[in-house]
Each structure stands twice: as C-alpha cells, then as structure tokens.
Design a binder for this molecule. Structure first.
Ligand code: SF4
Ligand code: SF4
Length: 484
C-alpha cells in the first residue's frame, strides 16, 4: 500500500478517515508519515526533487556491478584529502614505502595523517592541479604491485569491546574522514564537549545523488562491517540508538542491512522515500528522529551525529583489522564503455579508471566528480580519487547542455522545492546586486547548496552557483574580521 500524499490543510480529515492505521507527525511544516504493517517506515521531508531521467538518475548503469579491485601503475595522493589544513609530507623522493605507511602528518586541529595506498617508490612530491582552483601538494608513488603492508595498527579489541578513547584515537590514526562527500575528520566529530551527548548515531545510506552506487555496493558487500563500525561509534559516544537510513529505491540494501542488524536491538534500519536531497544531514535528522537542528547549530546540538555507511565500514577495518583508510569503492559511470564500481587505492588517477572501464563512449563534453546534483565539473580527467569521492560521471554534449540564464518569471517553483524553506528567487536578487548583507538577512547561509532550485527553475536561473559563491564570500569576509 502506498503512502498518501497528505496536504497540510487536509491532515485532520485524513486522520479521521485512516483511524489508527497511520501516525502523522508535523515538524515545522515538514510532514513525516509512518506506515505501519510491513515493518518499513518510509519517511520524507518537505521540498526536494526527483531527478529521474537517464541524465539525472542513471543508477541502473552500475547498481548490479559488484565492486572489482583495480591496482593502477601509479597513485598520486593529494595532501588535502580531508577538510582542514593539508597534511605535511614526511617522506622524500626515492623512498620505498609500504602500503599503510604514514607518508604525511596532520596539521592543525582538523588534521589527519595520510597513508601510502600501495607499496612502491615515491617518484614525485610536487604541487599538482586537482579539482579545486589552486594546485595541491601531491605524493606520487610508483606501485610495485606487491602491496607489501606496513605492520597493522596495534590491537585495541573489537568494535564491541575497545575502550571509547581508544576508538576515537584509532579513527584519527587511521586517517578516517567522512566518505560521503564532506570529508570532515570523524574523530573531530566525536570529540564533543562534556555537557553535550549524542544519544543517536545515524548512518547515511541514502545515496540520493544521481548515478552513484558505491554506498549501495558497500551495503550489499560489507553489511556486517558497517554494523560493527556503527557499534564502535555508538560505544565511543555512549549512544543509546543507532539508525541506518536508506532510500527505498535500494530494497536489496535495506534487506542486507536488516539482516546484519539482527541481534542489535539498539539499531534500526529505516527506509526513506526516494527523493533528493534525502541524504542531506539536516533532512536526514528530521525524518529519522523528528528533531530539527537549530539554525546556525550542529547535529550534536540536537543529540545526533551523522556519518556515512562507508565511513562506518572503514572504522571497523581500523579497529578490528588495524588498517588505515587507503582504499574505497568509486563508481565510474555515464558515457564510459563499461560502467562499473571499482575498489581503488585513494590517489588513483581518474583517467586510469576510465581506461580500465573501457574508455569513453563517444565524445565527452563534461566530467563530474560525484553525482550530477552537487558534484563539481572537472576540467579534464587528470585528477585523483579522494577519500570522499563516490564516483565519476562522464556526459556527452546532449547531457551536459548548458543553458542560457533568462529573467525570473516569479513562478515560485524554486521556493516550493527548497528543503531549507528559503526563497531562492529573492536571495538571487541580492546575489546579483552583490549585496552580502541582504543575502545574509535572507538566510543564504542556511542554503545547503543542494541544487534543487536550479534543477527546477524554468528560467534556468543560476541559483545554486550564485548561493555557493555568496556563502564563500561571506565566510571569507567573516574570517577576515569583516574587513571586506
Ligand atoms: S523557479 Fe526560477 S523563474 Fe521561478 S521564481 Fe524561482 S528563480 Fe524565478
Ligand atoms: S536555496 Fe539552497 S538549499 Fe534551497 S534549493 Fe536552492 S540550493 Fe537547495
């Protein structure tokens, strides 16, 4: 039986007609419907879009492709694999390194060590162009193909027995950051102040972005690792509840995770309605717990920590197997001859993965690092896989068509799909007028840069790009103490 699309003004009438079969909860105009009966709770939020065309969805290309290992001839490992200051190389050109050996040390509060992702010889340490505007220091290793491994990190027990402080320290030692896109160092998320308590840990398995299936494959291929990693994070935080949230277009993953959590009474697998951006942190918290992250605050301010399913699997490997984060599953898809999921060393160069996938299918007009909705466009394929890169999407000219921006027709569609309840058309006026104060007053800083407004705008207004640019400028201005 399907969920009924309830309108706010009809809620009372629907409650009467449905009797006790449904529970309806309202949080700041977000409607969360719980369906009882089949054991699955399908939950959603207000706003969002359904990117369903081939161009904008495309998961079918790789969802049935099991991850396969790929070992490139070289890896080029950027020093900015995580949010925060880039790490400092601690090896020299000509050194021989082992898989898992520390090759760069952390810098600053958000710093993380970086490990060799294959064994071999360091052949270059220099600045190289990656995805961002500035060149980044990179360590290039010629892979000897032997995967000679550095000694594993010392035994600290299992995910269910390790001491909480050892778990947090191990997560840092292993260089684990969020693998879902933000690359925020996980140990920093877990170093919360004494008066705050995360009673709930949410694992994000929504993978609501288009084309990507790397998290889906991780859930199918390593469900027990994900659950064990979650157990460790809950133990580190003394949390009572664990939630694994998955969109309902992945029934196989829901089934695999439900089987893996059997016996864990404090962990629930929650099915979410398939809608973009269901995996966005604030939306995920609201639909799974009913809590709202206050404006300008963090998830921990409402007692929640969110991380990604692949990150949890990396936590398990770090604790129980003593392995740092050196590999990940990355989807290679779109206009390539053999779309696939590859298990690759971090630092694998994208052009090598494309070649492994059979090369491009026809002429390529655009390459996107990540999904179509939020992934940045890459100028070429000479950049490296990072810890947070879930996939690469190649598009032809028809799919990558760039539109001409036209005047706003005041249709309000952008406001109707904004999951943050913003008025994108109005904020764009302030962006166009270069008015930082006006944009701020209209809450541009609450924009999660999800792209829903741009996706739906019939006038092809460049909304999301303008908001990202304005947010960056406001952040920079506040760092400079309001001088600019
Ligand atoms: S969707 Fe586009 S055209 Fe419609 S109000 Fe928003 S900005 Fe204007
Ligand atoms: S204004 Fe920001 S949060 Fe709202 S739809 Fe646009 S990009 Fe998403």
């Amino acid at each position: 039986m399907n969920l009924l699309p309830l309108k706010t003004q009809k809620i009372r009438a629907e409650l009467f007609s449905l009797g006790k079969k449904y529970v309806i909860m309202i949080f700041n105009a977000n409607i969360i419907s719980r369906k009882e009966g089949d054991g699955l709770l399908k939950r959603s939020f207000k706003g969002g879009v359904h990117p369903l065309s081939r161009t904008h969805e495309g998961k079918y290309l790789t969802r049935n492709k099991a991850s396969q290992p790929f070992s490139p001839e070289y890896v080029c490992i950027p020093m900015n694999l995580h949010l925060g200051a880039p790490s400092e190389p601690c090896v020299s050109k000509g050194d021989t390194v082992k898989l898992g050996q520390v090759i760069a040390t952390p810098v600053g509060f958000l710093g993380l060590p970086i490990h060799a992702t294959c064994s071999g010889e360091v052949v270059d340490i220099s600045e190289k162009q990656q995805l961002g505007p500035k060149k980044v220091m990179c360590i290039t290793i010629k892979n000897d193909g032997l995967d000679t491994r550095e000694d594993c990190l010392p035994d600290i027990g299992t995910c269910a027995t390790a001491a909480p402080k050892d778990i947090v320290e191990r997560i840092k030692q292993a260089g684990i950051c969020g693998m879902g896109g933000a690359a925020f160092p996980l140990h920093v998320k877990l170093m919360i102040q004494d008066e705050k308590h995360a009673d709930t840990i949410i694992l994000n398995g929504a993978e609501c972005e288009t084309h990507l299936t790397s998290d889906f494959r991780t859930m199918l291929e390593s469900p027990e690792d994900i659950v064990n990693g979650l157990v460790a994070i809950m133990r580190a935080m003394d949390s009572e509840n664990g939630i694994i949230a998955i969109e309902d277009n992945k029934p196989e993953a829901i089934a695999a995770m439900k089987k893996a959590v059997e016996g864990h009474k404090d962990i629930e697998v929650v099915a979410l309605k398939t809608k973009y951006p269901q995996g966005s942190e604030k939306q995920l918290i609201t639909v799974t717990t009913g809590r709202e992250v206050p404006r300008g605050k963090l998830p921990i301010d409402c007692g929640v920590i969110v991380t990604n399913v692949a990150t949890a699997a990396a936590v398990k490997a770090a604790i129980e197997d003593g392995l740092p984060l050196t590999h990940r599953i990355t989807t290679v898809t779109g206009r390539v001859k053999n779309p696939c999921n590859l298990y690759v060393p971090i630092g694998t160069v994208v052009k090598d993965m494309i070649e492994f996938a059979g090369g491009y299918e026809g002429r390529i007009a655009k390459l996107v690092a990540g999904g179509m909705m939020t992934g940045p466009a890459a100028p070429n394929d000479d950049f490296s896989v990072t810890k947070a890169m879930g996939g690469i999407v190649a598009l032809n000219a028809k799919e990558a068509i760039s539109y001409e921006e036209k005047p706003c027709i005041r249709c309000a569609r952008c406001a109707s799909v904004c999951p943050m309840g913003l008025n994108p058309a109005r904020i764009k006026q302030y962006c166009d007028a270069n008015d930082m104060a006006g944009a701020k007053e209209n809450n541009v800083m609450d924009c999660i840069v999800c792209g829903c407004c741009s996706f739906t705008c019939p006038a092809n207004r460049f909304l999301t790009a303008a908001f990202k640019n304005m947010k960056d400028r406001i952040t920079l201005a506040s760092r400079l103490g309001g001088k600019k």
